[in-house]
Design a protein around this ligand. Structure first.
Ligand code: MN
Length: 725
């Protein structure tokens, strides 16, 4: 196909995917936008070699058929790169397509400008700006998510270190945002694609295993579903039942989080019932009726009922989940949704906004959330980086539901305290909080709330925010308000900085001399102690950076033997990659937070004259990759058997006499492994062992793990990152 044919067919495909009820007038506007964009991007190609215009067409297609947005968004998507990449201005767009589309395109252009900057605080600041635009017109962020999805789908044509940066950023910012917007299908795809580029091998192994699992279990599920179908038909419910597989990323994530193997994950397959609601009855009632039909057939697990029908999740999700005992004795999760609920679950609340007109003042949970975000973002002096971390946490956090004395419901993240609740009601109530009554009982403000609690806040005019408060609040809103109060009071900021620094010294068990302080001051080029404390309090320097610096100095003798080799950029690569040459002279430090060893997927992050090497899956690395994308340095291990690296192995099994001997025996027979410490614990006939060893690379480590796993009584052997988890 020629370029022209390719473009024509892609655009016709887009036109065909517009909703059936699109007016002729709107269709003409889409055609006009296409012609304009096509002309503007004329002659430009993407890295894959395709004509550039195919990208905006694809983004527009995602926006209409996967998110369900209307013509305004389709046109804005078509034009989203015009202002950034061509000579046309926002004013041009406005005179051709009107103020609404111009303002959306302007928002999109600003986001990509700030996202591509290399200044760390500006990048975090940019995220804040994204969220601000989000509160103005949520379509901007939905189109941005579609843009990122298409870039992820075509990521293979990028050089490797860019793939890692983009994948990291996607996992850190865009997947959580998609989740928060209720775009379940897109969130899942973004996560899976990120994993595929960050850990290609692990991705493939898990994807294959899921496929095998599906094949082996098809019959079991068919037998399980059959009686449900019959019963639903008999009771007049038009429905579809599908077996849903857990995504590769969510399986991988669960394995990582719980340190378990694939075989230990029991909820790989779930059954989903989508029914057509009968018009004369409430949907909620019908969901529970179906629940009752299912539990007539199978026994439910009492503690595994999830009712998001009575109170939807904050991202709008509605469904009734239950887990029942299947015919062959395994637990099977069943999800019950009406067609409307299913559309919200897959396409997010955007699916509903398309019907929402300007006069419509119904406030969904998401609308409320957007309003509270906006309020928080407008706190002038909130620290952007700090906010980014808290915000991300709040995106994924499980929720609890609480009530005011008058019975109004508030939603807060799990782990929230009475003080978080106070700030949720009003900043002034938070600032003057002295305690609370939870279910009519007096509690301190640090009291952790449970779902269903009724909370009454007690205040005093004399109260003002204290630094200790930051130790127990969890919401971004409470934190930024407390910090804002401190900024009004410099002394309090210094005291908070001292508090953080002292906790670091204590944590690292350093002697109480001024030595560490001096090192830090020189390293970060700070004038005096007060400077350091203020930087720490404001998170211009993070606790992790200080810990890494102090630890690195303590371990210096050992570290200097470690060497890594750098990729050199070659000439035909993109020009902005050449600067990486300059880091070749930097000092290389293997990060103590995740202890990578040769063979692990690693990433280098250049900071303060050093390159810190992290595992790619290290949470700290993911955080840094997103906020310091420009500092990523591609690194690769030189494999040899000269140096050894620390690794930790965890063993679990059935206790028997001599098992410790057998384990240590296996290890001491390995010439390439050195044992540092061994610790075994036995309880009720089960033992758990933690081994600290020194080893050359992952190949040796995996072969050692296989040998230990063969020992009689050993049930589970895992490598763990850190003893704490
Ligand atoms: Mn784009």
């Amino acid at each position: 196909m020629t370029d022209e044919e390719l473009i024509k067919s892609a655009f016709e495909d887009l036109l065909a995917s517009l909703p059936k009820n699109t007016t002729e007038e709107n269709k003409q506007k889409v055609i006009k936008a296409f012609k304009f964009a096509n002309e503007a991007h004329q002659g430009v190609r993407r890295r894959s070699g395709e004509p550039y215009i195919l990208h905006p067409i694809s983004v527009a297609k995602i926006v209409t058929s996967e998110i369900g947005l209307g013509t305004t968004s389709v046109i804005s998507s078509m034009l989203h790169d015009v202002v950034e990449d061509t000579d046309y201005t926002v004013e041009d767009i406005e005179s051709l397509f009107g103020p609404k589309i111009a303002s959306i395109v302007d928002g999109l252009t600003k986001i990509s400008e700030v996202m591509s900057t290399e200044n760390r605080s500006i990048q975090a600041e940019s995220f804040r700006k994204i969220l601000l635009t989000l509160a103005e017109d949520v379509r901007v962020i939905l189109i941005k998510i579609a843009d990122r999805l298409h870039n992820m789908r075509t990521l293979s044509s990028m050089p490797m270190h860019k793939q890692i940066k983009i994948a990291g950023e996607t996992l850190y910012i865009y997947a959580p945002l998609a989740h928060r917007m209720g775009l379940h299908a897109i969130k899942t795809e973004l996560e899976d694609l990120s994993l595929k580029y960050e850990h290609p091998e692990e991705y493939k192994v898990i994807a294959d295993k899921i496929r095998d699992y599906e094949r082996e279990n098809t019959l079991i599920y068919e037998n399980f579903i059959e009686p449900i179908k019959e019963s639903l038909n008999k009771n007049g419910y038009k429905h579809t039942i599908t077996a849903r597989t857990k995504s590769v990323y969510s399986v991988w994530n669960k394995m990582q989080r719980r340190n378990i193997g694939f075989d230990e994950i029991y909820d790989i397959l779930a059954v989903r019932i989508v029914f057509e609601a009968l018009p004369e009855l409430p949907e909620k009632w019908q969901c529970w009726n179906i629940y009752s039909l299912i539990t007539d057939l199978y026994n439910p697990k009492p503690e595994r009922i999830r009712d998001w029908v009575s109170t939807p999740k904050a991202n709008g999700y509605e469904a009734l989940h239950l887990t029942v005992m299947g015919p062959t004795g395994q637990w099977i999760e069943v999800q019950i949704r009406s067609k409307r609920m299913d559309e919200i679950a897959e396409k997010g609340l955007a699916a509903h906004w398309k019907y929402k007109t300007d006069g419509d003042e119904r406030n969904s949970e998401l609308d409320k959330w957007l309003a509270s975000m906006k309020e928080m973002l407008e706190l002038r002096d909130a620290n952007a980086l700090d906010f980014l971390d808290d915000f991300k946490m709040n995106l994924y956090e499980k929720e609890i539901r609480l009530f005011t004395p008058k019975g109004y419901m508030k939603t807060l993240p799990k782990g929230a305290t009475a003080l978080d609740f106070a700030y949720e009601i009003h900043t002034e109530i938070g600032d003057t909080c002295i305690g609370a009554k939870v279910n009519h009982k007096l509690v301190p403000m640090s009291h952790k709330l449970q779902s269903g609690d009724q909370v009454e806040i007690l205040t005093s005019d004399k109260q003002r925010p204290q630094r200790e408060w930051l130790d127990f609040v969890v919401t971004a809103k409470a934190k930024s308000n407390i910090m804002a109060a401190f900024r009004r009071d410099h002394k309090e900021l210094v005291r908070y900085g001292i508090h953080i620094f002292e906790s670091i010294i204590k944590e690292l068990e350093l002697p109480p001399t001024s030595e560490p302080l001096k090192k830090i001051l020189t390293h970060f080029k700070l004038k005096n102690k007060e400077d350091l404390y203020v930087s720490l309090a404001e998170k211009n320097i993070t606790k992790e950076e200080i810990v890494a610096e102090l630890k690195q100095r303590a371990d210096n003798k050992f570290m200097k033997y470690w060497k890594l080799q750098f990729f050199r950029s070659n000439k035909n690569e993109h020009k902005d990659e050449e600067k990486h040459d300059s880091v070749a002279g930097d000092e290389i430090v293997v990060s103590p937070c995740c202890n990578p060893i040769p063979g692990d997927d690693v990433v280098g992050i250049s900071m303060g004259g050093k390159v810190m090497v992290h595992k790619r899956k290290c949470p700290e690395a993911i955080r840094l990759m997103a906020s310091h994308g420009d500092k990523i340095v591609p690194v690769e291990w030189v494999t040899h058997k000269v140096m050894s690296f620390p690794a930790i192995i965890q063993i679990k099994g059935i206790d028997r006499i001599g098992i410790v001997n057998d384990v240590t025996g296996v290890i001491s027979k390995e010439s390439d492994v050195n044992m540092q410490t061994v610790h075994f614990d036995t309880k009720n006939g089960i033992f758990e062992g933690i081994l600290h060893i020194y080893i050359h690379n992952t190949k040796d480590l995996n072969s050692l793990i296989a040998k230990i796993a063969d020992i009689e009584g050993v049930k589970q052997v895992n490598r763990i990152e850190n003893q704490v988890n």
